[in-house]
Design a protein around this ligand. Sequence first.
Ligand SMILES: [Zn+2]
Length: 278
Amino acid sequence: MFGVGSLVLLTLAQAQGAQQRAYLELAQAALLNPVTREELSAAVLSPEGIAGIRELFDQSIGRSVNVSATPVSPELGGESILDAGQIVWIAYPDPIHPVVRETLDRKQDPAKLLEFLETTTDGRWLLTHTGGLHALLYQMSAAPSTNDQRELLDTVLGRMVEQHFKTWSTDPVIQARMIEQTEWRGRYVGFWHIHPPRLKDSSTVEGIEPSMADMQNALQLGQFLTIVFQPDGFDLYDLSPLAALGRVDLSEVEIIRHRSEPWKRHFDTKLSIALGLP
Ligand SMILES: [Zn+2]
């Protein structure tokens, strides 16, 4: 998933810094001469391309949080360029994920947690977009909390992590900052995000295919690469045909697939460690 609601793409009039101008030049050049399916496929399936995507899933697993026995790994996303035949994934921090982590860290003190969430924009957003959290924290702040309430809080926080880690979003402030921090060269490809593995007790389940929201975003953005984890590789969905088509239809989407034994061995080990298996 991807939250594009608050995303405003930069326009030339707003571009302040040198890198913002370089970004816009690249993006405009891509409209006239987009990266082709063949170029994208060659870059993604090169040894460097596969290693780069493996690294994205490694990072996501490394940032997992453990709420109710099973770790949940966050979606990552950003924008991408093709530089000398190599695909470069520029990751943008999600505005909500850090608030989710801090909420977990502060759960022992419901009154202070509620105060923390109510005093920031992202905190207030999280309160209104996590079912049951606001009312429960309010109750727990009013009187010493019971065991039942603490158990319920763990359940609500578990759902909060599931819901918000399985979405990657960005906003205009983060996008502008990251654009200025990046050296834009080569050719512009587009937005991307990953669908990480879903971990269930002792098994690894593949990531989910692009959602309706992902495809609607691709209609607006022109491209929204969705890289879906598989236990033995990945499926990279090139959603760019949807913008030309003018409608959402997964059967029109091109998939670049990778499957390999080394990948499977790498993630079997990595996920066993993450799950705490012998
Ligand atoms: Zn998605």
